[in-house]
Design a protein around this ligand. Structure first.
Ligand code: ACO
Ligand SMILES: O=CC(=O)O
Ligand code: MG
Length: 505
């Protein structure tokens, strides 16, 4: 224990989570795997420096051979509606009662990793697993899980890129992914996880080895854990088969994480010239050729391998106080889910309980009594050129788009720094992934000197001017404005906005 330091302050009921045994377990994972994690992060940078993306020659056999992942476990058999949300107690109860089949309990895109969120989230997850989760709001409203069939909990730990500054082992910070997974698995024995932001099959292999050791250390049978991997980076799109193969004894499916995927496309090609400059965020829809290629390949890969293909998040949020906003959100979400169900997905995500019925209805119509449509393997081939066809994305870079990116980015960072990692902004769900798009788009437009629809070229002065106007209209935004400038305008592009942001909380 002497070499395990907890640097975060006290959190209510935190001692139930940060027990010597649980910390020892996390330290064991850290000692075995942190070094490999470091090498894999360095490998991300090396791969981008090469500037080339293609299917790998050395894994051709994995793509061509016949194999399948382990059989789907009973509780994950039917995933037609999954609700996502942070592990805050009220939302946790609401998600479990929402009628969705799965609750993606999010320690990643929807969560600010304040220490009290990290530890408090584990308290909520433990109570939920034990069936004792309850909450009373400041207004005195009582929340308890009453659903006959509460959603199955699937936990999303943070990605490989972040270290947690509140736990040190042998003098160094522990990868946040190992903190989140380790504490959760120690207290609840899993067994279901979503794995975010992977860039390669070697990162999947690392997760597989973490699962193997974790199960062995705690005497849990090998293969109990089941992971759904988000394909939400462009490098990972070229290794879908390989990722499932590495995790085949622990894999449950793949998910099309569209927002981080777009972020990754911009990030990977941020200085690759005009053919790779994306237009306004709201014009890049899932019907853009490169997005269609990505989801087609995902569904085909999953179904060939017996895994579930889970759709992504439409960002439109209903508003119980504004029927027009709600009607628009329902129509947009319905169209999105119909596209996904028609393309072969087995289920999809919603961001709000009021969207559960529409997603369920759309998938009920396509699935009928069957729990999924894994037996449907769509024909066709997706080539590297299809995945990389950024140039055919319709839309323009506009002055309104620039303002919106800056405005949403600053508003979101205000929320994130304040401890709330998902927010409804202008009736859209914004989280770390969508904010990454906003700031990366500004960086890309600036680097490429993009000319907007108004004829104005994007320069540092133009961005500074918009940022000053946005900041002036938002009281208390100084820290968020400064952070936005750092992540959208720095000469050297920061890989993740959450890394510098984390040092400020
Ligand atoms: C790119 C990606 O990774 S997507 C996945 C990550 N992102 C997310 O998970 C975002 C999930 N969604 C949310 O966080 C929220 O819906 C927000 C922040 C967008 C909007 O939340 P709010 O402003 O509270 O919405 P609203 O006021 O309409 O909520 C109404 C009720 O629904 C509840 N609710 C809203 N969203 C959720 C949710 N996702 N899960 C559970 N309950 C929810 C609220 O707690 C509230 O409950 P109450 O009536 O008991 O008070
Ligand atoms: O995590 C999901 C995404 O779209 O990003
Ligand atoms: Mg994501």
């Amino acid at each position: 224990m002497a070499d395990i330091q907890v640097l975060g302050g006290p959190v209510r009921r935190g001692t139930e989570i940060l027990t010597p045994e649980a910390l020892g377990f996390v330290a064991g994972l850290h000692r075995e795997f942190a070094g490999r994690r470091d090498e894999l992060l360095a490998e991300r940078a090396r791969r981008r420096a090469l500037g080339v993306l293609d299917f790998r020659a050395d894994t051709r056999a994995v793509r061509e051979d016949d194999w399948t992942v382990a059989p789907v476990p009973g509780p994950l058999r039917d995933r037609r509606v999954e609700i996502t949300g942070p592990t805050e107690p009220k939302m946790a109860v609401n998600a479990l009662n929402s009628g969705a089949r799965v609750w993606l309990a999010d320690l990643e895109d929807a969560n600010t990793p304040h220490w009290h969120n990290v530890v408090g989230g584990q308290v909520v997850l433990r109570d939920a697993a034990l069936g004792v989760l309850e909450h009373t709001s400041p207004e005195g409203k009582h929340y308890a899980v009453t659903a006959e069939r509460p959603a199955v909990i699937v936990v999303r730990p943070r990605g490989w890129h972040l270290d947690d500054k509140h736990i040190e082992v042998d003098g160094r910070r522990v990868p946040a992914a190992l903190v989140d997974f380790g504490l959760h698995f120690f207290h609840n024995r899993g067994p279901y996880y979503y794995l975010p932001k992977l860039e390669s099959h070697l990162e999947a292999r690392l997760w597989n080895d973490v699962f193997t050791k974790a199960q062995a250390d705690l005497g849990v049978p090998h293969g109990t854990i089941r992971a759904t991997v988000l394909i939400e980076t462009i490098p990972a799109a070229f290794e879908m088969d390989e990722i499932l193969f590495e995790l085949r004894e622990h894999a449950a499916g793949l998910n099309a994480g569209r927002w981080d995927y777009l972020f990754s496309v911009i990030k990977f090609f941020r200085d690759a010239g005009p053919d790779y400059v994306l237009p306004d965020r709201d014009s890049v829809t899932m019907t853009a050729p490169m997005m269609r290629a990505y989801t087609d390949l995902l569904v085909r890969t999953c179904h060939r391998r017996g895994a579930h293909a889970i759709g992504g998040m439409a960002a439109f949020i209903p508003n119980r106080r504004d029927p027009e906003v709600t009607e628009r959100a329902l129509a947009k979400v319905r169209a999105d889910k119909e596209r996904e169900a028609g393309a072969g997905f087995d289920g999809s995500w919603v961001a709000h309980p009021d969207l559960v019925p529409v997603c369920r209805e759309v998938f009920d119509r396509v699935l009928g009594d069957a729990p999924d449509q894994r037996h449907v393997v769509p024909d066709g081939t997706v080539t590297a050129a299809d995945l990389l066809d950024v140039a055919s994305t319709p839309g323009k870079a506009t002055a309104a788009g620039l303002r919106s990116a800056v405005d949403v980015g600053v508003r979101y960072l205000m929320s994130w720094l304040g401890g709330t990692g998902a927010a409804a902004i202008h009736n859209l769900m914004e989280d770390a992934a969508t904010a990454e798009i906003a700031r990366s788009q500004v960086w890309q437009w600036l680097r490429n000197g993009v000319v907007l629809d108004t004829g104005q070229r994007v320069t540092a002065d133009v961005v500074r001017h918009v940022l000053a106007e946005v900041g002036a209209a938002l009281p208390g935004s100084a820290a968020a404005v400064e952070l936005f400038a750092e992540v959208a305008m720095a000469e050297r592009y920061p890989d993740f906005l959450t890394v510098p942001a984390y040092e400020r909380i």
